[in-house]
Ligand binder design. Structure first.
Ligand code: NCD
Length: 329
């Protein structure tokens, strides 16, 4: 059951809410395997992608998800919006809201930008990544990928390695994984693994091999140079000598370990090509699951909610009506 108006982060979501989103995503996976990859669930609805930062996967994935649900999609980037002419984010959002979209997905370099929008517009807001704060749909697709490969999340040991300090992916994963009962280890140089993460329930380890010991899941992160304004290690070369995930490092983890990376990958810096393309890698599954997770988020916030509001009934416990939708086609 998920009764919230927006999806701004995983912090504070309950295990039931996360499970509901994952189960809904699971039921949407099949649509992408059809020859005609479309269901009429969001026909007549408009979804705006408002992206103030570069993105390949997230923006495309939201757009494909919305289109597979038959919604109309509009893409706005910082360079093509009036932000270039000095308009504030709130004014841009108010103007967009005046055109009555049914959802706005926002990615922004400032933490809290989607929360600000949520206070100024009356349609659902989905956080597509805000600064170094949260990236909820990325963490949900990671959870879905982990759950499909491991059967469950509870009890697993997940090592998240690299630039934790600047990573919204790591933060959202920490909240989601802890809520679902996993152990989370943050692994990286002390300059990139802030000690306050321990207060949120992560174990902090600076040695790569020690951090990977008996891990069920390894998640590698990119060095986010665009968010760095200081020196966190002496050179990229030195960083990769200590933290690049090689076959030898993977051997410290469990035999059935799976390896995730949110992308974009910097091959040879945080992950070797042999590992990225090797048998333990589930990186492409993550991308595939991303579409299902975003279909689920849009359905739950837009399609399902409209149903609840117009019928006056709470249909929260009903399964996703995909079978009915398919039958009606
Ligand atoms: C991440 C992001 O933008 O936060 N990528 C993504 O959404 N797939 C991670 C990154 O940029 O390193």
């Amino acid at each position: 059951m998920f009764e919230r108006r927006h999806l701004l982060g995983l912090e504070g979501l309950s295990a039931e809410e996360i499970t509901f989103l994952l189960d809904t995503a699971e039921s949407f996976k099949e649509v992408s395997e059809r020859e005609i990859k479309k269901v009429p669930t969001l026909r007549g609805r408009t979804v705006v992608n408002l992206f103030y930062e570069n993105s390949t996967r997230t923006r495309t994935s939201f757009e494909i998800a919305a289109k597979r649900l038959s919604a109309d999609t509009i893409n706005l980037s910082a360079s093509s919006s009036s932000a270039q002419k000095g308009e504030t984010l709130t004014d841009t959002a108010r103007n967009l809201a005046a055109m009555r979209p049914d959802a706005i997905i926002v990615r922004h370099p400032s933490s809290g930008a989607p929360h600000l929008l949520a206070r100024h517009v009356d349609c659902p807001i989905i956080n597509g990544g805000d600064g170094a704060h949260e990236h909820p749909t990325q963490a949900l697709l990671d959870l879905l990928t982990i759950r499909s490969h491991k059967g469950q999340i509870e009890g697993l040991t997940v090592a998240i390695v690299g630039d934790l300090l600047h990573s919204r992916v790591a933060r959202s994963n920490l909240f989601g994984l802890r809520t679902m009962g996993a152990r989370v280890r943050f692994v990286g140089p002390t300059t990139l693994v802030p000690s306050h993460f321990a207060d949120l329930g992560a174990e902090l380890v600076s040695d790569l091999h020690e951090g990977l010991r008996d891990a069920d899941v390894i998640m590698m992160l990119r060095i986010q140079r665009e968010r760095m304004n200081g020196r966190y290690f002496s050179s990229l070369d030195e960083y990769s000598r200590m933290y690049c995930l090689s076959g030898e490092a993977v051997a410290k983890a469990r035999k059935d370990v799976i390896i995730l990376h949110p992308g974009p990958m910097n091959r040879g810096v945080e992950i070797s090509s042999t590992v990225a393309d090797g048998p333990y890698s589930v990186i492409m599954d993550q991308v595939t699951n991303g579409v299902a997770v975003r279909m689920a988020a849009l359905y739950v916030l837009v399609g399902r909610r409209r149903g609840i509001e117009s019928s006056g009934e709470d249909t929260a416990n009903e399964p996703v009506p995909l079978r009915r939708v398919a039958a009606a086609e």
